[in-house]
Ligand binder design. Structure first.
Ligand SMILES: Cc1ncc(COP(=O)(O)O)c(C=O)c1O
Length: 423
């Protein structure tokens, strides 16, 4: 079988020839656009939509968890009354639907960080917030601090503004804040961090490290961009308080309704000091005027009804069970020398193979045998080890997780024995 699959071009800028794109001479993109790369995850997803491939590659939430009935009723209610429907279909404010902003502020306040609606802005998915933050804070070639590894989609968003990345090492407790010294922080404005159930590793930043990180950010005058789409998806225990509770004056908290309601709504929010919100609002105005009025109103209706009180415990239980199946499958199938993270929430587990194994090279063989994963290298902004990979476990039934992990374990086993023979 030939695999219609060429990963090499994904790392090339757009002025290199790519399948399906017009010849560069005709396209003549701006330099900024020419540097845009396609997400490897999206490219892999295209291949793995084939029914014969079990994909542990995607970052999609389980569709069975979408509150379809509640959303249908909410959209219907918004459109039922004529006068109200006309409001729901009208342009609205860039900051977002006021009752939804108030709901977000009340939630954050209830978590112990007093917040008012002026400090909240609604965005079209948290990915939009990352784009706006790139526009707001990234100067060409200026340093931007990120974890190693970090969220691939954030790198895609920030790359357009041409930063020079400086990376912070991570271990099982997440980012290592002691590495944030004066040399690393010099001339940097911001640090992008995912404290909870990080994408791609599933790791969580310990409470002690959150405090140390907040103190270091103060010392070095840095904005902390706290990206937290997974914080509500804990399995048995909520994660430590967010970075805003340690340094509210310098934290820009980016959250999403994608994983707690549904990603197709394209709804997220930013909580930040008022001056930062005002700046982001001006930038958003130039981007899309505002987030969809009808969607915001319907989502608010669902949230205000208290749906999450019953909905989230179900999603958490489901994901916890899926994660347990994945960890058990890994313990059964992986050869010696392979290690993996033990997530306490979220959707991902991160594998480290013995040094020298190239997971990008393993992928075509894995797809040929009917499973897919995401190689780890694209998640690194700096030096990228070749021997890591990410698995997602929330969309695939238990027996398929076991089957796919068994295939992967066998493939890694063969590769390791070939390595040993060639030595
Ligand atoms: C860490 C992280 N940030 C942001 C996003 C973007 O989410 P959305 O735009 O759907 O809110 C994702 C999506 O998977 C993510 O994993």
């Amino acid at each position: 079988m030939t695999i219609p699959f060429n990963l090499a071009y994904l790392k090339e800028p757009m002025n290199a020839p790519q399948p399906g794109l017009a010849a560069p001479a005709l396209l003549r993109p701006a330099r900024r656009a020419a540097s845009a790369t396609s997400s490897i995850v999206r490219e892999i997803l295209k291949v793995t939509q084939r029914p014969d491939v079990i994909s542990l590659a995607g970052g999609l939430p389980a569709p069975e968890s979408f509150p379809v009935e509640a959303l249908r009723a909410a959209f219907d209610a918004e459109l039922r009354d004529e006068a109200q429907a006309r409001q729901a279909l009208q342009y609205s404010t860039t900051e977002g639907h006021a009752p939804l902003r108030e709901w977000v502020a009340a939630q954050e306040t209830a978590r112990g960080v007093p917040t008012c609606a002026d400090e909240v802005m609604i965005v079209a998915g948290s990915q939009q917030a990352l784009d706006l933050l790139g526009k707001a804070f990234v100067e060409p070639q200026a340093p931007l601090l990120v974890e190693s590894p970090t969220y691939l989609g954030a790198l895609q968003a920030f790359n357009l503004f041409d930063p020079t990345y400086r990376t912070l090492p991570t271990d099982d407790e997440g980012l290592q804040p002691d590495a944030l010294d004066a040399a690393l922080a010099r001339d940097a404005r911001a640090l992008y961090v995912m404290p909870n159930f990080q994408n791609p590793t599933g790791r969580t930043l310990s409470a002690a490290r959150r405090a140390t990180l907040a103190a270091a950010a103060r010392r070095h005058d840095l904005w902390l961009i706290e990206d937290d789409p997974y914080g509500e998806l804990w399995y048995h225990q909520a994660p430590p308080p967010g970075l805003r509770s340690y340094a509210p004056e310098r934290t820009i908290r980016v959250c999403s309704f994608s994983k707690v309601l549904a990603p197709g709504l394209r709804l997220g929010f930013v909580i930040a000091p008022r001056a930062a919100i005002e700046l982001l609002v001006r930038l958003k105005q130039a981007t899309d005027l505002h987030t969809a009025t009808l969607t915001q109103r319907a989502a608010h209706r669902v949230l205000a009804s208290g749906l999450l009180d019953t909905h989230l415990p179900r999603v958490r239980a489901r994901y916890a069970q899926q994660c347990a199946v994945m960890l058990e499958a890994l313990a059964t199938a992986m050869p010696g020398g392979v290690t993996w993270t033990r997530p306490e929430g979220g959707m991902f587990v991160w594998l480290t193979l013995p040094a020298g194994v190239d997971t990008m090279a393993l992928l075509p063989g894995a797809i040929e045998r009917g499973m897919a994963f995401v190689p780890g290298a694209p998640f690194f902004a700096g030096h990228a080890p070749t021997n890591t990979l990410r698995l997602s476990f929330v969309t695939v039934p238990a027996e398929k997780i076991r089957a796919a992990v068994a295939v992967l374990g066998e493939l890694i086993g063969h590769t390791l024995s070939k390595h040993r023979e060639s030595r």
